[in-house]
Design a binder for this molecule. Structure first.
Ligand SMILES: NC(=O)c1ccc[n+]([C@@H]2O[C@H](COP(=O)([O-])OP(=O)(O)OC[C@H]3O[C@@H](n4cnc5c(N)ncnc54)[C@H](OP(=O)(O)O)[C@@H]3O)[C@@H](O)[C@H]2O)c1
Length: 218
């Protein structure tokens, strides 16, 4: 039986966030399966990361993993849920997505309703028996890399899920990324930890925080 420390993690999507998460896990001695729609990209990254990283096709990665990090843009998550629905059943899915798209001014606009969250929308599309946590998306990719394993006090990463049975697994995943986990609540709190939310680096929070600071905000 898999425990929070032995659960197998797969990352689908090897862009900014996917690569940082893979790097963070390897630095903390946690193995990871890396996958993208382009297998060569996964093979190249795995070769750079070393023996703890295993490249795979998306299907094989999902099949082998207990935890699937969907490190793709918000709109692509829906496609992945649809295309790999059978394989995703029963898996723990980590959603770092922010529901935004570039605008003509060089910034980003929210692409769903003002009071909607990607977490709640993705929860409504979830494959049968899968469990969703909103996590690993509350910092920009640069901070997710630079603030990992911060000393003397770890930086906080917020997460939200409706399933308290997966809390320990999510918290271990966050610790193995080099951060301290802080539960913000159920998925109805997702909006707070997505871009423009009050607990996001690119929202009212505006920076990385320690656990003590994080707890004053929730
Ligand atoms: N960047 C940040 O600072 C940041 C911070 C917090 C959260 N996030 C969130 O994290 C997610 C990923 O962002 P990112 O900046 O890492 O994006 P990115 O650099 O554009 O990377 C996305 C990756 O996903 C792959 N991909 C796209 N559609 C796919 C599909 N259907 N199946 C498999 N792979 C697919 C892309 O492959 P191709 O190269 O083939 O297109 C690319 O490798 C987004 O939801 C974003 O909102 C980003």
């Amino acid at each position: 039986m898999q425990t929070p420390t032995t659960s197998k993690i797969a990352i689908i999507g090897l862009g900014n966030i996917g690569q940082v998460v893979a790097n963070n896990l390897i630095k903390n001695n946690r193995g990871v399966i890396v996958a993208d729609r382009n297998l060569e990209k996964a093979q190249t990254l795995a070769a750079q990361l070393g023996d703890l990283a295993q490249p795979a096709t998306i299907s094989d990665a999902i099949r082998e993993a207990d935890i699937v990090v969907v490190a793709v843009w918000f709109a692509a998550i829906k496609e992945i849920f649809y295309q790999y629905e059978a394989l995703l059943q029963g898996k723990i899915i980590i959603d770092p997505s922010n529901p935004i798209a570039p605008n003509a001014q060089g910034g980003f606009d929210k692409i769903i309703g003002e009071n909607e969250s990607a977490g709640q929308i993705n929860a409504s599309l979830l494959p049968k028996g899968a469990k969703l946590a909103k996590a690993l998306g509350t910092l920009g990719a640069a901070s997710l890399a630079n603030a990992a394993n911060q000393q003397p006090e770890a930086a906080a990463l917020f997460y939200a899920t409706d399933d308290i049975n997966i809390d320990e697994t999510i918290e271990q995943l966050i610790r193995d990324n080099g951060f301290a986990p802080v539960r913000v609540g159920g998925l109805d709190q997702s909006i707070r930890i997505e871009v423009f939310g009050d607990l996001h680096e690119f929202g009212a929070l505006g920076k990385t925080v320690t656990v003590a600071e994080a707890k004053t905000k929730i």
